[in-house]
Design a protein around this ligand. Structure first.
Ligand code: NAI
Length: 331
């Protein structure tokens, strides 16, 4: 039995978390949940949206499954997600993006992986109001973080039989910061002659992704470009409802969907739990419960391929619970 920290989040978080727990239980996963709440409600009661107990729990268990947590826009507390990644030094944000059979999209043959730097760039949160009409945000890029994220991308490529790593930047404009990122990428690339290495500017990447996404394999990006391009890539394969992710560091890993707390559909029993299910599957593989992971994966893909019971974001009319019930029947 493995203890895993579980953060149910807010918005649609608790609804999809409940379904994922149900699936893992039915599939026989050997997991004991250490439930840790975080977010706005917690901030009201405990004075912080991310109390130390959450960090301590993940440090102890070394692995967590996390649903989305709302971040106030333009004011209020700093993002719980960013703070969590920073305080546990979860430097690599891994977001595989592959077509799922049965989900119709404009593109076929999408099979790429986004490796997003997770600790710096504009997410360092260094901002100031210079005067009433001027605000400043500082973008931090360091050699240490750039080198280790590119190394992570190449190591991932080798372990997962990938052939090409593309470093993404805007080094024509951010000559020093993105220039440093590219310099580090080139240095690391030299050590992996068996993997092809390319570079692309982020604007060109966006155009190429919506024209010929199949040309890309592993993409490695600084934090902000990685965030934006991840959502774009989720769109290529059928939307945020099916886009999984993981935040990985030397000492802990937090598995979570790409999507946010979707307040527009909260409490309506129509959120798609797939992204969280896929994240949980990766979590199970990470803790060496491969058989259970594959069992759930097969049931999930079978349900989607059958196509009769799908949530509205995938063109269906079924509720979150009906969809989960179908997956459980297919286990
Ligand atoms: P969002 O991802 O929550 O929603 C964008 C759109 O996608 C909405 O129309 C939503 O209904 C839809 N959507 C998202 N997940 C879905 C699902 N599982 N099933 C069906 N439809 C789904 O992005 P938004 O609106 O920009 O952010 C809402 C809040 O979430 C913000 O406070 C943001 O900061 C937070 N957020 C949290 C993240 C995390 O906890 N890791 C990641 C991204 C955003």
């Amino acid at each position: 039995m493995q203890t895993v920290t579980l953060i149910p989040g807010d918005g649609i978080g608790p609804e999809i978390t409940e379904e994922v727990i149900r699936i893992l239980k039915e599939a026989g996963a050997q997991v004991e949940w250490d439930v840790q709440t975080a977010g706005a409600d917690v901030a009201e009661k405990e004075g912080s949206p991310l109390p130390d107990r959450v960090i301590e729990s993940i440090k102890k268990n070394k692995v967590a499954l996390k649903a989305p947590v709302t971040t106030p826009i333009g004011k209020g507390f700093r993002s719980v997600n960013v703070a969590l990644r920073k305080s546990l030094d979860l430097y690599a944000n891994l977001r595989p993006c592959k077509n799922i059979e049965g989900i119709k999209t404009r593109f076929e043959k999408v099979d790429l992986v986004i490796v997003r730097e997770n600790t710096e760039d504009l997410y360092a949160g260094i901002e100031r109001q210079i005067d009433e009409d001027t605000a400043e945000s500082i973008k931090i890029i360091t050699r240490k973080a750039s080198t280790r994220i590119v190394k992570f991308a190449f190591e991932y490529a080798i372990k997962n039989n990938r052939k090409l790593v593309t470093a993404v930047s805007k080094a024509n404009i951010c000559k020093l910061s993105d220039g440093l990122f590219l310099e580090c990428a080139r240095e690391v690339a030299k050590k992996y002659p068996q993997i092809e290495y390319k570079e692309i500017l982020v604007d060109n990447l966006c155009m190429q992704l919506v024209q010929k996404p199949e040309q890309f394999d592993v993409l490695v990006l600084p934090n902000l470009y990685g965030d934006i391009v991840s959502d774009l890539c989720a769109g290529l394969i059928g939307g945020l409802g099916i886009a999984q992710g993981a935040n990985i560091g030397e000492n802990a890993a937090v598995f979570e969907p790409v999507h946010g707390s979707a307040p527009d559909i909260k409490g309506q029993n129509k959120a798609n739990p797939t992204a969280l299910i896929l994240s949980a599957i990766e979590m199970l593989k990470y803790i060496n419960q491969n058989d259970i992971a594959i069992k759930i994966e097969n049931a999930l893909f079978k349900t989607i391929k059958e196509g009769s019971i799908l949530t509205p974001d995938l063109g269906g009319i079924s509720s979150t619970k009906e969809y989960t019930n179908a997956i459980i029947r297919n286990l």
